[in-house]
Design a protein around this ligand. Structure first.
Ligand code: C2E
Ligand code: MG
Ligand code: MG
Length: 691
């Protein structure tokens, strides 16, 4: 541009042959040197006879160099031209190799009796470049982007066809108008103020703006406004280029909805709830007001889904969502965070915990009542209750995740205390849970570090002869000392660690049986091993046991597995099948803690059990509590009827032993005879008793 400007301003006067025709005719060529165009005179062979300064400068030669040079040395088009033209365009090659676009006007003259060619050359490179730029600009103007150019007064002076396609306005309909014709009036005055402020200070603005098509339809454009200045640095034009991003925006909004809302109920999902909760924590910190999370879980939702189908389940969830929304204020959040889990987040409660808790409790009770009214699921009337966990929050003491976990813990408490109720989170609970988490870690270490031991508790017949032992696991923690199985077996069950632990117990017992088999004193001993539910329900449990029996070459009759009633009841058919498979190989079974569960007589009859083990809770009060005495008598009678052995555990006194013996129970286990002890002590005990 700079170049163009300069050349325009200092453009040399064009050679005017008519103006100089007199001098030329008179062969007075002194004018030649003052003319701006590159003038030179060639003889008929095309050699230079005369040239002016401009010409020398144009090609980069000195005058001495140029005189005598042949036209073919610089004029690229010379050979192709057969005739002498009056006005032609060609290209000259400069001394430094650069090519110039040149316009040449020629005049054939008579000079000193010879024909000469008088050439005036003009460098038109700049013009050619400008023309090319214009062609490029014209193509670029017809791009996919809408383009609108205004003058400094903001009157539209031209638009491209993309503009017409996007806005629906033909060029003639907008020329002379202001861009305001497109305005949707959706943007505030402040929006335009900020836009013009940016244009004034940066020379441009970019952003999204809602405009209106000729049809009245709104659309979102991504607009760039750029200022064009003239040579005096005054604003001459504004150029607006824009893309229609309505579709993109719709897609983005849709994705946004999918990411943050549950499509079934249209409630915020867990992600959005977490965001809002974080915000609520910050707000509660600032305004010193409590908030609350109520976690709601529908009772027995799985049963509805399984019996009436998922469509009905979906219907129920939608109706639950509707009811919840009716229970809350507009400022509260109702979210669905999982299958049948909903959360109500209340904000701006008072700053007093007891008062806030009372308010939340009465509100949650209302929700409980509303949710337990009949649901109309197509043709079915359905009744369904819910369980709720509540936790209060203020400030940043807990994270959003911790709060959700607290509400979950409380909800779980509500479930275990009979459903259709609500529970507040209790920090005491948290302590218990933290302990459990720590214990789980320790338990994993215990497995790899082999911190477990087996203790043996003697089982005796009525002549006080030791017939065997129950193996009971002990965890010898390097720092905490002995940890009772009562404290870690349930956790091992929940975490699945029981699978490794249980297998270790079984294997250790088999090893011991193998050792005892070879010795006279111990060859008759039977070992009772406790098997937990999760361990028993492994698909390959039968194979595991048989594998151990064959590896250690033990007599399977010496191995007795203790199952509990609740284990059996989890899946009666599977239990029976597994027990039969193992029974067929000679393995024995005892029903542990008998009397504490709810196994029916009909089930009991189908189980290939060898032994019923009367739970120690009945044995304890056998001599003082007539109810317990009756229960024990019944168990003994039942076992005898079914042809099973019966053993009493927890026998601590002679009175208990006598009662049991008199009622037909002839096998005993308990502190009266021996506590559970390590194997070497147990072997000592054997020797003492047998001799
Ligand atoms: P359980 O199978 O019913 O074991 C009997 C429990 O009663 C044992 O407690 C035993 O020490 C205790 N006991 C025996 N005689 C008396 C007595 O005269 N008075 C009193 N007060 N208690 C007596 P322990 O060893 O603490 O085991 C508790 C429970 O842990 C066991 O109940 C069993 O369910 C489980 N358990 C122990 N070892 C294992 C194991 O290796 N695997 C599995 N899955 N569970 C185990
Ligand atoms: Mg047991
Ligand atoms: Mg027991």
């Amino acid at each position: 541009m700079e170049n163009m400007k300069r050349s325009r301003h200092s453009s040399p006067e064009r050679l005017d042959f008519t103006r100089h025709s007199d001098e030329i005719a008179k062969n007075n060529l002194t004018f030649l040197h003052n003319v701006g165009d590159g003038l030179h005179i060639l003889n008929v062979e095309g050699n230079v006879i005369e040239a002016n300064d401009s010409f020398c400068k144009m090609l980069g030669y000195t005058r001495d160099e140029i005189i005598g040079m042949n036209v073919a040395q610089w004029d690229a088009g010379y050979h192709e031209r057969q005739q002498v033209y009056l006005l032609i365009e060609t290209q000259y090659r400069c001394k430094n190799g650069a090519l110039l676009d040149i316009e040449v006007s020629s005049l054939v003259l008579e000079r000193d009796g010879a024909r000469v060619i008088f050439n005036a050359s003009r460098n038109i490179s700049q013009r050619k470049w400008s023309e090319q730029q214009l062609r490029i600009a014209a193509i670029a103007f017809e791009s996919q982007e809408g383009i609108m150019v205004t003058n400094a007064d903001l009157h539209i002076i031209c638009v491209n066809s993309a503009f017409s396609r996007i806005t629906g306005y033909a060029e003639h309909e907008v020329i002379g108008h202001k861009p305001h014709v497109l305005s949707s009036n959706l943007q505030k005055v402040s929006f335009y103020e900020a836009m013009w402020c940016s244009i004034k200070s940066n020379g441009s603005w970019q952003g999204e703006i809602w405009n209106q098509r000729k049809s009245g339809e709104l659309y979102l454009e991504y607009l760039t406004i750029t200022v064009v200045n003239d040579q005096y640095d005054e604003i001459s034009n504004y150029v607006g280029t824009f893309l229609d991003v309505t579709l993109t925006k719709e897609a983005v909004d849709k994705i946004e909805r999918l990411a943050h809302y549950d499509s079934l109920t249209e409630l915020p999902n867990r992600l959005l709830l977490q965001d809002r909760l974080k915000l609520a924590l910050a707000v509660s910190q600032r305004n010193d007001r409590l908030g609350a999370l109520i976690l709601i879980d529908m009772d027995n939702f799985k049963i509805l889904n399984d019996t009436l189908g998922h469509d009905r389940g979906d219907l129920l969830l939608q109706q639950v969502a509707q009811r919840l929304l009716l229970c809350v204020r507009e400022t509260d959040t109702v979210a669905r965070i999982g299958g049948d889990e909903f959360v109500i987040m209340l904000e701006g409660l008072c700053d007093h915990v007891t008062e806030a808790a009372a308010f939340v409790e009465s509100m949650a009770n209302k929700v409980l009542a509303v949710l337990s009214q009949y649901y109309q699921l197509s043709v079915h009337d359905y009744y369904c209750t819910s369980s709720m966990g509540v936790t209060l929050f203020k400030g940043h003491e807990q994270t959003a995740d911790e709060l959700l976990k607290q509400a979950d813990i409380a909800m779980y408490q509500a479930k275990t205390s009979g459903r259709n109720t609500l529970r507040f989170f209790d920090p005491q609970m948290q302590t218990t849970i933290n302990k459990r988490v720590a214990l789980e870690k320790e338990l994993r270490v215990a497995i790899t570090e082999k911190q477990f031991m087996l203790y043996y508790q003697a089982q005796l017949d009525d002549s006080e002869y030791i017939v065997g032992a129950e193996v009971l696991i002990r965890w010898q923690h390097p720092k905490l000392g002995f940890i009772s199985p009562v404290d870690f077996i349930p956790l091992a069950e929940e975490t699945g660690l029981i699978l490794q632990i249980g297998l270790w117990v079984l294997e250790t017992a088999c090893q011991q049986l193998k050792l005892w088999q070879g010795r006279e004193l111990t060859a008759h001993l039977q070992l009772a091993v406790n098997v937990s539910s999760r361990q028993f329900y492994q698909a390959d449990f039968v194979e595991q046991v048989l594998q151990l029996v064959s590896t250690y070459q033990i007599n399977p009759e010496r191995l007795k597995l203790e199952l509990t009633e609740s284990l059996v009841l989890d899946d009666v058919e599977d239990t029976i099948a597994k027990m039969h498979a193992l029974r067929a190989m000679g393995i024995h079974f005892a029903m542990d803690d008998f009397g504490t569960g709810y196994s029916s007589l009909s089930n009991l009859k189908r189980l290939p059990l060898n032994q019923l083990k009367i739970d120690q809770s009945f044995v304890r009060d056998i001599t003082s509590d007539t109810d317990d005495a009756v229960i024990v008598q019944t168990i003994i009678a039942m076992a005898n009827k079914l042809g099973m052995e019966v053993i009493a555990e927890g026998v601590e006194t002679q009175a208990q032993r006598l009662f049991l013996k008199n009622n037909g129970c002839l096998l005993f286990q308990g502190y009266l005879f021996s506590k559970p002890i390590p194997v070497d002590q147990f072997e000592l005990l054997l020797k003492v008793i047998e001799t």
